[in-house]
Write a protein that binds this ligand. Structure first.
Ligand SMILES: *Cc1c(COP(=O)(O)O)cnc(C)c1O
Length: 382
């Protein structure tokens, strides 16, 4: 089956007891045993639940993975992904990563004795240069939040393979519709399914997929032992989201490209970043490693913080909010929001300024979106 078909059918056979076409919300904590030592298919919903299992199977198939596990948030999935590390282990991460991931690394993992080195993800050899004898895992996010830098997954995976390191890719931005890192050499893929996968900004959830049985077994243990599992209704919402992922991503991308092209010629916007623009320094890599360019457009508003305030206040269709990946368009100020946990110096190092604006382009009529930005920019002084 191809992607759009799998999204609708994989893991979703009609319910065995009633024939229900849609996987029901199995809102139950436990499942009756058939007898002593004879559990049913499921025992207790922390360990496993049929609605969750359907979502895990479907998502895994879309990533071309054997195994999938759902978590109560993207951050719970990130935490689970690094749960295989022990005191003294070393991680190499690309420096442009989601602010919450950086916070978890620095404020949760570092106090537990794990060391991190951050490198320029656009240079595969930077990962090789940072390897030491304690290195166990390499973390990448591509395209990265919010400046849309790409990491060459194949090139980095050649390095991690050679040194027997685990390569983890956060695939939230492109979703499996536009990029499947396991097919390019990654060992583990992490998602905030809160974003494009659920797609409607109505659920917080995360997931991990892998083809590595040993790593999977470790994660299954951690998922059950720690218990950061999503509820059945959350899984049902995300499973419903998956069904339309292919059509949504197409429309998201079509709109994002038009907005990016339009902004590129606007005098008040500088440095418009979108992997689908030929001006993106890694446009060729994006073309070869992705099936689409996604729907996040980042630019600098000339005029800094004052201009940003005017801009976000003036927009009517774009909502000023955290997050991304929903059908509605959002505007975010990474400096004070998604990357607020980073210091001034850390933000400066990865080139986030107080004038950086990130747009999450939705699937509304693109003329309305451009019209909203156009009219708002008229009132912004630079
Ligand atoms: C949002 C996000 C996360 C965290 O996910 P939550 O569901 O908010 O916990 C991790 N990585 C990326 C790239 C994200 O955008």
């Amino acid at each position: 089956m191809k992607f759009a078909t799998k999204a609708i059918r994989e893991g979703q056979q009609p319910d065995p007891t009633t024939g229900a076409v849609i996987v029901p919300i199995y809102q139950t904590a436990n499942f009756a045993f058939k007898g002593v030592g004879k559990p049913n298919l499921f025992e207790y919903s922390r360990s496993g639940n049929p609605t969750r299992s359907a979502f895990e199977k479907c998502l895994a198939s879309l990533e071309e993975a054997k195994y999938g596990l759902a978590f109560s948030s993207g951050m719970a999935a990130v935490d689970a992904a690094i749960s295989i590390l022990r005191h003294g282990d070393h991680v190499i991460s690309s420096e442009n990563i989601y602010g919450g991931t950086f916070r978890l690394f620095e404020n949760v993992a570092v106090p537990r004795g794990i060391r991190f080195t951050y490198v320029d993800g656009t240079r595969p050899e930077a990962f090789a240069e940072a390897i030491c004898k304690e290195t166990k895992l390499v973390w990448i996010e591509t395209p990265a939040n919010p400046l849309l830098q790409l990491v060459d997954v194949k090139a980095v995976s050649e390095i991690t393979r050679k040194h027997k390191l685990i390569l983890v890719a956060d695939n939230t931005f492109p979703s499996p519709c536009f990029q499947r890192p396991l097919t390019q050499g990654a060992d583990v893929v992490v998602h905030s399914t809160t974003k494009y996968i659920s797609g409607h900004s109505d659920v917080i959830e995360g997931a991990i997929v892998t083809n590595n049985e040993q790593i999977y077994t470790n994660y299954v243990f951690y998922q059950n032992a720690v218990g950061a599992v999503p509820g059945p209704f959350d899984c049902w919402l995300s499973l419903r989201g998956l069904k339309t992922l292919a059509v949504r991503m197409k429309k998201h991308e079509e709109n994002a490209l038009k907005v990016a092209q339009w902004l590129s010629s606007h005098p008040k916007a500088a440095n418009v970043i979108y992997p689908g623009l030929e001006s993106h320094p890694q446009h060729m890599l994006a073309k070869s490693q992705m099936d689409g360019f996604g729907a996040i457009v980042t630019f600098q508003l000339r005029g800094g913080m004052k201009a940003v305030e005017k801009f976000v206040d003036g927009l009517e269709i774009f909502l000023f909010a955290e997050s991304l990946g929903g059908v509605e368009s959002l505007v975010c100020h990474p400096w004070s929001m998604s990357h607020g946990a980073m210091s001034r110096e850390e933000k400066g190092k990865i080139k986030i300024t107080d004038g950086t604006i990130r747009l999450s382009i939705g699937i509304e009529d693109v003329d309305d979106l451009i019209g909203d930005i156009d009219k708002t920019l008229i009132g912004v002084d630079i």
